[in-house]
Design a protein around this ligand. Structure first.
Ligand SMILES: Cc1ncc(COP(=O)(O)O)c(C=O)c1O
Length: 433
């Protein structure tokens, strides 16, 4: 790519959560295939992030390419108001079939954040349509992350989330302590006390509870007990509060179950999916809900008030259909379990490094939490030099590779993590001395 185009990017294009003119130069990706990103400079690096959870089959997959090309020949888009099409119907059928039986209605949208906005609207309208206007708050969890739009931000962690940047603008919600119960540790009722207390005291003003099932992602990469989730469901039932499960990051096999809520054997009243829905090809998300919720929303002649221009985009739906077919006909569960076992063998070795606080693993997710915040300017080039793309944040070096990653490729990733953290520790010590 021409140097002047790269310079244009630097001077004009905003990237996620970054300064308008960044301190560190961007890497440019020329193309991608399998687990590899081919950089503009000719280097080839393993994408251990699956482009933020989405590229579960790897890049440039024949079946998905074909689905996009075939659909392109028919129509790439058509409005969804008053019109419909086969790719959307097929996708809706599959999604409603593979999720819990109580979910009977589906709303397609453009991104995970918007799927959360729609979920919140469903919950608010469920009550307001029935004349119950005081139930206008959401009970969410500390260390949660649900997206960057306003409704979604208002249920993200109030400290590490974006609340301070939007002080006075965000809807005021209620927050329970983050789930402290570790995955597969013995259950103790004390773990749910804070949530129980907040639910008990506020349920009359609550439209819903929202939680990321089993894994809190961008708010801290925390993995928690299925018993916790089960108790959340039970208590929501007891206090008659709707439960929104945000599976945008965890859905489609990432945690070793098709949906993370399956670890707890529960059902959502409202379920959000996105990211891996199209195998990471394009932006598409969905909010699924029950007959009960839609009947509530539609009380007194109301309808759900949402309708994006690119709702159920046929191109995205066709690719999502191909992606789900590929996933469901693949040995995805064995692959994810294989990744988990290899991470357990290899990534846990990082615990020997002084700077490492904890290693957490579930399914095809590996997290190394450090005692100190990372330094992107140091770590990004160090990982690239080792042939790996990893994008750490705060004090977290984490990976969620494509399910098709080979043993050798994953070994390269875990070895790179070990070595980069080890040298980062030395680099930090030298800086302090
Ligand atoms: C759990 C969860 N919900 C919602 C979102 C927002 O999705 P999107 O970035 O597609 O808007 C994310 C994104 O990381 C997420 O992890």
């Amino acid at each position: 790519m021409e140097k002047r185009l790269k310079e244009f990017d630097k001077q004009h294009i905003l990237h996620p959560y970054a300064k308008s003119i960044p301190d560190v130069d961007m890497e440019f990706v020329h193309s991608a295939k399998g687990v590899y990103l081919h950089l503009d400079n000719g280097e080839k690096i393993i994408d251990a992030m699956s482009s933020w959870w989405s590229v579960i089959h790897g890049y440039n997959v024949q079946e998905l390419n074909d689905a996009a090309k075939n659909q392109l020949e028919k129509m790439s888009h058509v409005m969804f108001g008053g019109l419909s099409h086969e790719p959307a119907v097929k996708l809706a059928k599959t999604l409603l079939h593979i999720t819990s039986p109580n979910l009977q209605h589906i709303f397609f949208s453009d991104s995970g954040s918007v799927s959360v906005e729609v979920a919140l609207k469903m919950a608010f309208q469920y009550h307001s349509s029935q004349g119950c206007h005081e139930r206008n708050k959401i009970l969410a969890f500390s260390k949660g992350y649900h997206g960057d739009t306003f409704g979604a931000m208002s249920v993200c962690d109030p400290v590490t989330g974006m609340h301070s940047a939007f002080e006075g603008v965000l809807h005021k919600n209620i927050f329970a302590q983050e789930p402290m119960a570790p995955f597969s540790k013995e259950w103790d009722e004390k773990y749910i006390e804070d949530f129980h207390h907040k639910l008990k005291s506020s349920h009359k003003e609550l439209a819903a509870v929202i939680i990321e099932p089993i894994v809190q992602g961008a708010g801290g990469m925390r993995i928690y007990s299925a018993d916790f989730l089960r108790r959340v469901r039970e208590l929501c039932n007891e206090y008659d509060v709707l439960l929104i499960l945000d599976e945008v990051a965890t859905g489609f096999g990432r945690t070793g179950k098709l949906f993370a809520y399956e670890h707890a054997g529960i059902e959502a009243d409202i379920l959000c999916v996105g990211k891996a829905l199209t195998g990471g090809y394009m932006s598409l998300a969905a909010t699924l809900t029950s007959k009960k919720v839609m009947q509530g929303v539609e009380s007194n002649g109301n309808v759900l008030m949402h309708g994006p221009t690119f709702m159920a985009n046929p191109l995205a739906c066709s690719v999502a259909n191909a992606s789900l077919e590929l996933l469901l006909n693949s040995p995805w569960q064995e692959r994810v379990l294989g990744i988990q076992q290899q991470l357990e063998e290899q990534l846990t070795k990082c615990e020997a490094i002084e700077l490492v606080k904890e290693v957490r693993i579930l399914g095809a997710i590996g997290v190394v939490e450090l005692h100190e915040n990372i330094d992107l300017a140091y770590m990004t080039p160090a990982f690239i030099q080792k042939g790996v793309w990893i994008r750490p944040f705060l004090n977290l070096v984490y990976i969620m590779p494509p399910f098709i990653i080979s043993k050798e490729e994953l070994s390269k990733v875990t070895q790179a993590i070990y070595e980069v953290i080890e040298t980062f520790e030395i680099h930090r010590r030298n800086k302090i001395d």
